[in-house]
Design a protein around this ligand. Structure first.
Ligand code: KIV
Length: 264
């Protein structure tokens, strides 16, 4: 796979081609995932849960994100690397600049941050300084305490309209990609059509331009019951490589997510 850039992803959206996103946190899995044709590797702060064993992403630090980003960059075979800005590392625009600089210098090609309209100025500031941004709306795990749990967002008319407004505002502020987590499928589809930038979904139905899963979830190694939107691709595979390739194929041909993985 030749190097994936933001331009590649925009062109894919324009051509109606879906792209695959998967988390990875180290060099070996980065190599495996990018060799399997995953366009975007997300160095997610989900590492706080799946690697560190915390019950939320809140304890993760910028230093930890930079460490894992560096490892992923070393193994990468041409995917675009997106790294999460962790909790409280972008509470002010200045903090966002410093934290993003650390992740970009560690090898990220772009950063992701969670939140709506309040982040518009921060997104502009980063984009103007050459740091591409992915805005994350819907279920934003860093605000789990405020949301009262890991719940589907945008279920009523008012919050759905707010999410549409936030998506357009963040795009206009300079966000290059949008990620929607745990959002009703029809709303996610409406947002994907309302913005020009590519939209990645997780628990957001089949109407987005791309899909992401946490790698441990799609390999079926996360303890406990999986969320409804997860499919265990290891169940029918004889190797991890085969499972990741099956995921890429299913995202691209639209067979994942199926209706049963989405929310009404
Ligand atoms: O941290 C992460 O892995 C994420 C995904 C759940 C989208 O943000």
């Amino acid at each position: 796979m030749s190097n994936v850039t933001l331009h590649t992803l925009s062109a894919m959206k324009k051509n109606g081609e879906k792209f695959a996103v998967l988390t990875a946190y180290d060099a070996c899995f980065s190599h495996l995932v990018s060799s399997a044709g995953v366009e975007v590797i997300l160095v997610g702060d989900s590492l706080g849960m799946v690697l560190q064993g915390n019950d939320s992403t809140l304890p993760v630090t910028v230093e930890e994100m930079a460490y894992h980003t560096q490892a992923v960059a070393r193994g990468n075979q041409g995917s675009l690397i997106m790294s999460d800005l962790p909790f409280m590392s972008y509470a002010t625009p200045e903090q966002a600049m410093d934290s993003s600089a650390a992740l970009m210098q560690a090898g990220a090609n772009m950063v992701k941050l969670e939140g709506g309209a309040w982040l518009a100025d921060t997104v502009s500031l980063l984009a103007e300084r050459g740091i591409p941004v992915c805005a994350h709306l819907g279920l934003t795990p860093q605000t789990v305490n405020q949301l009262g749990g890991y719940r589907v967002q945008g279920r009523d008319k008012k919050s759905a309209q707010q999410m549409i407004n936030d998506a357009v505002l963040l795009q206009d502020a300079g966000a290059s990609i949008l990620l929607l987590e745990c959002v009703p499928s029809l709303l996610a589809q409406e947002i994907s059509m309302a913005v020009e930038i590519p939209v990645i979904g997780i628990g957001a139905g089949a109407g987005t331009d791309a899909q992401v899963l946490v790698m441990h979830d799609m390999l079926g190694v996360t303890p406990g019951r999986s969320p409804k939107f997860v499919k265990n691709f290891m169940a029918d595979a004889s190797s991890i490589e085969e499972a990741v390739s099956a995921y890429v194929k299913a995202v691209k041909d639209g067979s994942f997510p199926a209706a049963e993985h989405g929310f009404e």
